[in-house]
Write a protein that binds this ligand. Sequence first.
Ligand SMILES: Cc1cc2nc3c(=O)[nH]c(=O)nc-3n(C[C@H](O)[C@H](O)[C@H](O)COP(=O)(O)OP(=O)(O)OC[C@H]3O[C@@H](n4cnc5c(N)ncnc54)[C@H](O)[C@@H]3O)c2cc1C
Length: 266
Amino acid sequence: MLTIDKYLRPATLEEAYEAAQKKNSVILGGMLWLRLGNRRIGTAIDLTGLVPDGIEDTGDTYRIGAYATLRTLETHEGLNILTDHAVRDSLCSIVGVQFRNLATAGGSIFGRFGFSDVVTTFLALGASVELYKTGTVTLEEFCTMGRVNDILTHIVLPKSPVTASYLAHRNAATDFPVLNTCAALCDGILTVTVGSRPLRAVPYRFPTDSGISAENIAETVAGQTVFASNTRASEDYRRHLCRVLVRRAVTDVLEKSAAKAAREVK
Ligand SMILES: Cc1cc2nc3c(=O)[nH]c(=O)nc-3n(C[C@H](O)[C@H](O)[C@H](O)COP(=O)(O)OP(=O)(O)OC[C@H]3O[C@@H](n4cnc5c(N)ncnc54)[C@H](O)[C@@H]3O)c2cc1C
């Protein structure tokens, strides 16, 4: 059971940050993951009013507030047109609509969960995170950092034209993914991420002018990625899935990219 001694709704981010430095303090997101814990929280810090729950179009980025829900991301037209609906595709199997109406983008990214569909997708799309004290860091860098005692205020997605595809395998609908991948082609670089290995997602990059095929990319990624076994699947099965899903996602991206180029010529 989760026990909270003190609930705090700070007036400023500075006050929230200072409170978060104390032992046993916790920043609240949608509390869907936190509530499953069996622990005693000293101070639970609610960021309502301090971090946005919407998505701002700044012209060259989408700046997503930490308290934007997964459902807000999933149904955001601009975000989905930009990403060929990869954002929607990666979120729509997470538990259910009611759940996604509560789970926050900030909590999902800050948790850096190994099973995350959200991290796998935003990593491939070249997102950055804004941390109150640390400043802006790429999501790739954030994923390699140790324990971070900061407040995530925004997730920033560049609006550079991208062709993307998201795929995952689940043993049962709405369960955690057994493996997930996102391929995103932007400015001649194809980024492929592999997550739910069940370790944290990792990115790979391939210049498209190298002429490397989807099959070769899938072989390379499956060969270089470290997988592990857990109750959902074995290491070997994950490697097999990786080969199949990466090949399909990359093929999809290359086909969509060729179709876009053909439309532009007309
Ligand atoms: C049953 C279940 C099934 C799930 N299945 C999937 C799945 O299939 N795929 C998937 O991708 N995800 C899945 N998730 C994860 C889920 O989508 C959310 O990512 C998760 O619940 C965290 O979001 P939250 O808003 O509830 O954060 P919380 O649970 O409130 O917080 C999570 C962590 O982030 C910290 N935190 C929250 N917000 C901030 C902030 N702004 N700054 C700093 N720290 C912060 C909290 O202190 C806590 O440590 C699942 C979760 C559950 C409970």
